[in-house]
Design a protein around this ligand. Structure first.
Ligand SMILES: Nc1ncnc2c1ncn2[C@@H]1O[C@H](COP(=O)(O)OP(=O)(O)OP(=O)(O)O)[C@@H](O)[C@H]1O
Ligand SMILES: O=P(O)(O)OC[C@H]1O[C@](O)(CO)[C@@H](O)[C@@H]1O
Ligand SMILES: [Mg+2]
Length: 554
């Protein structure tokens, strides 16, 4: 292949990955842990309240007192202070993760649950405890005191990859959160329930599945009045937007299509207007499907309803293909998005592989979090360079992306790049604009990369064939895959069980493969990010073979 002579382009790590390709030994230094400092910042992400969650506020608490030498795995000594670890006593954790309940304000007498999946369901009027038909139902219910362990790894040392520690010895803290599911006692009489569902933010595979499961479950409890609020929070105050009456029959097949039966929107949410409408319509159960913004809105509605002493249960179901909600294994729609994304990557690979010096670029969603890009890169096994918002990179210089791409072209005659939309924003002119919900409007890193690569190879007089693929909306407007379909079913059903159990201001999730209820503020204090020191990111790097694209080096 006729190429200009290569300069020593790549960092030692690049040559390691290329040698690996040539069947030679992989240097062990490739995945060595980084410096000591970042480890305890990560633990902030997971459990501290919003005002203590930011690394900078943590750093400001750094003092010279009580400094302890900690030896990292690579033998370098680092200094950490107990002050640098978040305070997380069991009492503090339990206080924060106690679910708000209607009986914090009222004295609602619970009744026997009307939820029943047996063929011979007892009537609610059958109150005899010893009735054999009630006995039959015993194992249907989850006990109020059932708990799920939020964290399951006992880290030996704060320098372990992904370690979340509360002290320098990484002592294990039991963090138990309430198990989700139907309770034997309920705090709403189904005949008095008027439920509403709203879907907000961007689309996400599985929205219709969740709507459907909420309706079906409400129906099993015996709820007759169910409304779908149209076009997100907007549907609460725009007079032209009428709610849809929801029935089992109406939702029966909606999961066969992507999108949202109810429609979505961004912006325009005024809590007091929303709560006015809820009051006017006599809605006492509200199911809110959306991301961080939507959940912030749901929590504001919950707080305002409490202030007005309304008996309203507000329950969220986290929706985001970005997977950027804290404390959960994953959010619904993410799996499907990854599956679709890797199809786009495969296309880019085939194009790049078939072209003379082919370069495929795929831009994927992920405003602040690179989970889709990381997982799709890993899943496809066809990506040479994965760029995410959490890991800064340089385009130029001896350790920059462009030289690495030149190296890939020279070595293999092709390169595939997967970039998350929020990556490399520092390389683009700032745009200070926001969307109607206040989310920042990002610069287009995909087309920027395309332009820069074109310019670079032109200057180097190397012919390349660049194909740019932006499957942005294709990965989220599709129908949920089987694994998301199941997740949606469980989450939708658990949302209804949570409302009947009398909880409000909560959301549903999956933690360590078990289903849990969490207080909304704990999951939205900031966006969940890819941890650059995590095993998963290192697995991605192992797979792509990409080096650190270190800035300011030549
Ligand atoms: N802090 C907040 N308080 C009250 N309402 C909010 C808040 N942030 C956003 N909202 C409202 O929530 C709705 C959805 O917000 P947003 O558009 O940010 O989507 P999202 O739920 O974060 O989902 P996505 O992941 O698609 O961004 C909008 O109507 C917005 O006005
Ligand atoms: O174009 P829209 O509808 O604002 O949505 C784009 C955003 O939606 C998200 O997928 C979150 O739902 C982000 O990754 C992306 O930036
Ligand atoms: Mg948002």
């Amino acid at each position: 292949m006729a190429l200009v002579a290569a300069t020593p382009l790549h960092s030692p790590v690049v040559s390691v990955s290329c040698r690996q390709l040539e069947g030679r030994t992989l240097k062990t230094s490739f995945l060595q842990p980084r410096a000591v400092v970042p480890f305890s910042i990560r633990s902030w992400n997971l459990s501290a309240p919003a005002d203590r969650l930011r690394g900078d506020s943590r750093r400001s608490r750094r003092t010279n007192r009580n400094l302890t030498a900690i030896r990292s795995q690579d033998g370098k000594a680092g200094l950490e202070s107990q002050d640098d670890f978040p305070d997380m006593s069991t009492e503090e954790f339990n206080r924060r993760f106690t679910l708000p309940h209607l009986n914090d304000l009222f004295n609602v007498q619970p009744m026997r649950s009307t939820f029943c999946t047996k063929s011979s369901c007892p009537l609610p009027s059958e109150t005899n405890n010893s009735s054999s038909r009630w006995e039959d139902l015993r194992k249907v219910f989850v006990h109020d005191d059932d708990r799920v362990l939020l964290k399951t790894i006992k880290y030996a040392n704060p320098t372990s990859s992904g370690a979340e520690c509360f002290d320098e010895d990484c002592n294990f803290h039991h963090q138990w959160v309430p198990r989700a599911g139907p309770r034997s006692k309920i705090y709403f009489d189904p005949s008095e329930v008027k439920a509403a569902i709203v879907t907000c933010g961007g689309l996400c595979p599985g929205l219709n599945d969740v709507i459907r499961q909420i309706v079906l479950t409400l129906d099993v409890y015996g709820v007759k009045r169910m409304l779908g609020i149209t076009y997100g929070y907007r549907g609460f105050f725009e007079e032209s937007l009428e709610p849809i009456v929801l029935t089992r029959h109406l939702v029966q097949n909606i999961h066969l299509a992507g999108g949202s039966l109810l429609g979505v929107s961004r912006g325009g949410a005024k809590t007091s207007d929303i709560v006015d409408t809820l009051q006017e319509k006599g809605i006492n159960m509200l199911f809110v499907l959306g991301g961080n913004g939507t959940h912030a809105g749901a929590n504001a509605i919950h707080e305002e309803a409490r202030r007005r002493r309304m008996k309203l249960a507000v329950v969220g179901v986290p929706k985001t293909i970005d997977n950027d909600i804290l404390l959960m294994d994953k959010t619904f729609g993410f799996d499907t998005a990854v599956e679709e994304a890797q199809r786009a990557i495969n296309t880019a690979y085939i194009e790049a592989n078939s072209a003379y010096n082919g370069i495929g670029i795929v831009k994927l969603m992920g405003r602040q979090s690179g989970f889709i890009a990381m997982h799709a890169s890993l899943a496809s096994g066809q990506v040479d360079v994965c760029l995410i918002p959490e890991v800064p990179f340089a385009l130029d210089g001896g350790h920059g992306v462009l030289q690495h791409i030149q190296h890939l072209i020279e070595e293999r005659g092709k390169a595939v790049i997967c970039v998350a939309e929020g990556a490399g924003q520092d390389l683009l002119p700032t745009n200070n604009g926001t969307d109607p919900s206040g989310n920042p409007i990002l610069g287009d890193i995909g087309t920027h990369l395309q332009r820069e690569i074109k310019k670079y190879f032109k200057a180097a007089s190397i012919t390349v064939d660049i194909k740019y693929i932006d499957p942005t909306y294709m990965i989220r407007a599709c129908r949920a895959n089987a694994s998301d379909g199941i997740l949606c079913a469980v989450l939708g059903q658990n949302a209804v069980h949570g409302a009947f159990a009398g909880y409000s201001g909560i959301t549903v999730g999956i933690a360590n493969n078990h289903y849990v209820y969490l207080p909304i503020p704990e999951v939205i204090s900031h966006a969940r990010n890819v941890d650059p020191d995590s095993r998963m990111w290192h697995r991605c790097l192992t797979s792509t073979g990409q080096p650190d694209f270190i800035a300011n080096s030549s």
